[in-house]
Design a protein around this ligand. Structure first.
Ligand code: NCD
Length: 327
């Protein structure tokens, strides 16, 4: 059948879905398209004039039920640089009751016709639930220990730009508190789709059950875990998600699992280190190493964060325009 020339369906969107809720469900080509678009924004963000009109007339609401500094700032900058109206709502966790209140809040905001909702919440699955109830696009900015897709995208972008090639064949080692980390989960999914090999290293108490089903190799000591590593991602001990003590003492944890120049020698000679922030210097990472621009991608990660979020916002909003039926 001949397609209608005026039909919006003939325009291929950068991104196929209404929401960005996780890396799960995305294909390599979806990820690559988002990274390619992000690359353009990295360059644009280095110019003096950073203003675009992609989001002109659109409203972005940042709805954070969990504290955040860098992620919410990054989304705020992304939205304003694209010319959108950005509203930030931080809802103190202590004052809300789960479930009903989350949906009530969502419905109230929905009635105000936002175009994109960026949501962070302490409960895994809550952002998916919310996305089912609203008309606009939803970006998951972290749900419990489940997913944090824009973090995994920005990590991939930081790696890709530094090594100047795709991620195929890279050995990436994620270290520390894997059990409570949505960053680890999204990264494990993304890196696998992009052809990298993923290992995790941590004490048994901080590694979740069933890691094998994710196709990762599991180690309990840094010496064997870091062998041949190209990239080392360090994670924070996420005590806010721990009921009780998961490590005997911080000092012992640093001795066994804290990344310093000595342990870095176990990895490949030019291995790069990463951390999603916020960093606990002297707990999971040596302070000097974290700031070593030859070895550390941490500063680039923050820079890439804004570009990736601009790309995601553009992708969702242009998809809304193409498939106007959804919105
Ligand atoms: C991460 C998060 O919130 O999951 N941080 C972030 O997005 N900047 C990691 C963490 O909190 O340790």
């Amino acid at each position: 059948m001949e397609s209608n020339k005026n039909s919006a369906a003939i325009v291929e969107p950068v991104y196929r879905f209404k929401h960005l809720l996780g890396i799960e469900g995305l294909e390599r080509s979806d990820i690559e398209k988002l990274l390619d678009l992000s690359d353009r924004y990295v360059e644009a963000n280095r110019l003096a004039d950073k203003k675009h009109s992609t989001l002109r007339g659109r409203t972005l609401i940042n709805l954070f039920f969990e504290n955040s500094t860098s992620t919410s700032t990054s989304f705020e900058l992304a939205g304003t640089r694209l010319g959108g109206a950005v509203i930030n709502m931080s809802v103190g966790t202590s004052s809300i009751k789960k479930g009903e209140t989350l949906i009530d809040t969502a419905m109230t905001l929905n009635a105000m016709h936002p175009d994109v909702l960026v949501v962070r919440h302490a409960d895994s699955g809550s952002v998916h639930l919310l996305a089912e109830k609203v008309n606009c696009s939803v970006i998951n900015a972290g749900d419990g220990s489940h997913e944090h897709p824009t973090q995994a995208l920005l990590d991939a972008l930081a790696i890709r730009r530094r090594i100047n090639r795709e991620l195929d064949g890279l050995k990436v080692v994620i270290c520390g508190d894997i059990a409570h980390s949505r960053v680890a989960r999204s990264n494990i999914l993304l890196l696998g789709k992009m052809g990298a090999t993923v290992r995790v290293v941590g004490p048994p108490t901080l590694l979740p059950m069933g890691l094998g089903t994710f196709g990762v190799e599991v180690f309990h000591d840094m010496e064997s875990g870091l062998k041949d590593a190209d990239i080392i991602m360090m994670l924070r001990l996420q005590t806010e998600r721990m009921a009780g003590n998961f490590v005997p003492s911080i000092r012992e944890y640093y001795q066994l699992y804290g990344l310093d120049y000595n342990k870095l020698k176990f990895a490949k000679p030019n291995a790069l280190i990463m951390h999603p922030g916020p960093m606990n210097r002297g707990v999971e990472i040596d302070s000097e190493l974290a700031d070593d621009i030859d070895r550390s991608l941490i500063r680039e990660q923050v820079e890439m964060g804004v570009a990736v979020r601009m790309a995601c916002l553009e992708a969702l909003v242009s998809r809304q325009m193409i498939s106007a039926g959804d919105h």
